[in-house]
Design a protein around this ligand. Structure first.
Ligand code: DX5
Ligand code: ZN
Length: 223
């Protein structure tokens, strides 16, 4: 699978979200939308009404990353609204299998996210239930944090697990991804890259996406 870049609008200007979406639309594969509830993470961002508006305004499919408690209850509505991908956090979900299945039934790709300290092995049996595994490379909650190199061995482990099963599940990394760090994550086997500050902090966000993509493509061991 080709390398994909998902710019995070967490680092965009929330007063001009449609323009900020348009600024990356020539280059981005996805628009990453960080939903935070001030409970699962100590930050509050946006929810379904804004996602619904963005779905009308943006031409790029939405990659909704739900950093919320009780995703079993809230996640299906994002799929139903038309998000292309909906990711829930493993430790927040009471019934991850049911929720991942529900997201798929409603027409979205289903993602499962793990925080930096959470091992991937306990979720091996869930691989068939997901379309994407998200490995956080910072503690979730804020943009602009430093990439955690301690996650690299887990990215390699996850890539091995997916390859052994000949799985087509995408392996996403999120947090601190920049021109300085993306090659390390790509080399370890990630294929979908979220980048907030590295894209929206750049003079030309679309060009920043292109640069990230070509750095990742060169470093990636994937065909
Ligand atoms: C952090 C969010 C990320 C964030 C990444 O909890 O999930 O998507 O926007 O921002 P950067 O790329 O600046 O680390
Ligand atoms: Zn995110």
């Amino acid at each position: 699978m080709a390398i994909q870049i998902s710019p995070s609008i967490l680092s965009a200007d929330f007063a001009h979200l449609a323009d900020e979406a348009a600024a990356v639309s020539p280059s981005a594969d996805w628009l990453h939308v960080d939903v935070m509830d001030n409970h699962f993470v100590p930050n509050l961002t946006l929810g379904l009404p804004i996602v619904e508006s963005l779905l009308k305004a943006a031409s790029t499919p939405l990659d909704c990353h739900l950093m919320i408690e009780d995703p079993d209850r809230w996640a299906p509505a994002y799929a139903e609204a038309g998000a292309g991908s909906v990711t829930i956090h493993a430790k927040a979900a009471g019934a991850p299998v049911r929720t991942l299945r529900e997201i798929r039934r409603l027409g979205a790709r289903a993602g499962l996210a793990l925080n930096p300290a959470e091992p991937v092995e306990p979720y091996e049996d869930l691989i068939g239930e997901m379309d994407m595994l998200l490995l956080m490379t910072v503690e979730p909650g804020f943009g602009g944090q430093r990439f955690l190199d301690m996650v690299l061995p887990k990215i390699r482990k996850a890539r091995e697990l997916l390859d052994t099963r000949q799985s087509s599940v995408w392996l996403q990394v999120d947090g601190g991804v920049s021109a300085e760090t993306i090659e390390r994550a790509a080399e370890a086997g990630a294929d979908v890259f979220v980048a907030g500050s590295a894209v929206y902090g750049a003079q030309d966000p679309a060009a920043a996406v292109d640069t990230l993509r070509s750095l990742a493509a060169k470093a990636s061991p994937l065909a």
